[in-house]
Design a protein around this ligand. Sequence first.
Ligand code: ATP
Ligand code: MG
Length: 382
Amino acid sequence: MERVVIVRYSELGLKSEQVRRRMERALIEHLRRAVPGVRVSRERGRVYLHTSSEEAAERASRVFGVASASPAEVVSSEFEELLRAGEEFAVPRVGRRSFALRVRRVGTHGYRSTDVAKELGRRVVERTGARVELKNPEVEIFVEVRGEKAYLYDRVIRGVGGLPYGTQGRVLALVSGGIDSPVAAWLMMRRGAEVSVLFMNPQPLVDERTPRRAQQAVRVLASWAPEPLRMYTAPYGEVLIRLLKAQDYRMGCVLCKRMMYRVAERIAEREGALAVVTGESLGQVASQTLHNLAAISASVRIPVLRPLIAMDKEEIIALARRIGTYEVSVQPANCCLGPPPKPVTRASVERAVRAEQGLEVERLADELAEAAELVEVSGEEA
Ligand code: ATP
Ligand code: MG
């Protein structure tokens, strides 16, 4: 018996022919890497993995751009043969539970889809005594007739969605290893952006748990990508200590973030990344008021993307769990010294620039970017 995994993608169908072809090629390449050694074929709007492995369907559903995946049996679309095969497929799966047949047909055949539904339904009822229930069935059996073949399946595994990885250009994600920033990076990955990562290492203000946690988070992110992620680590400790000693100490968090953005802008340029990504969410902490975000953004020219800006913490946590970074991110780690007493919540660019006077922030940013170390992180499970 021939078995396949049907892999469907949605949004790609809407693109121009040329864009679609490029995205399909990327998607197929990523599916090949997700299920190595499996033959892959394509048809308009879908891809087939030629394997009977259900795990292949689960793996495929994690590939960015995939809308859904179904392990299926391939049978003949000749009416009698289809009914026979459909019966053998449906009877053990329906058992005595209520069921619905969902039949679709593409191509020219001597019958209509309703003919299949009626006759197959009659036979399944006769063999099982089960009840047909179209609205809320306990079991759904899908029959897809396409040309000379028909596909039988009962599972539609929801895919992760998005666009194929790397089809939208590169971004540089600032990832701390906390709950938010890995989610932000992942959302950009899902949307087709290729991601390089920058971690600003505050050692000796923190111990080794903090960089380790960042590494682990990036490893989980890499498990979603078809290739290792490029991760930069900048030795931020000494510079951060200087910034936190600034006269206007209540501006500490703002100055810290401005320095991070500056280093990110430099690394982005080196990586050919067109934007910086952060995990900021409006009003979540003192440094993420609209005033402060504006004052922080003004330190760089490169666009700053904040995919979490309008999300609630609970939504971010739910995503982190689904991505697999949550467990890593809640591990104990310390994050610098925490905010200064009474941190500024209504910063202005002028106040930030004044606070930075004499600190040679641009030169320090050059040095940090220069000193940043690059490793390629591949995607083992964390
Ligand atoms: P997260 O949960 O991502 O750590 P947060 O809610 O703790 O974020 P902040 O500490 O204000 O928020 O940081 C805001 C953003 O700045 C983070 O989402 C991340 O993108 C970036 N960032 C913070 N610390 C670091 C770091 N050590 N290295 C790289 N990026 C960082
Ligand atoms: Mg944090």
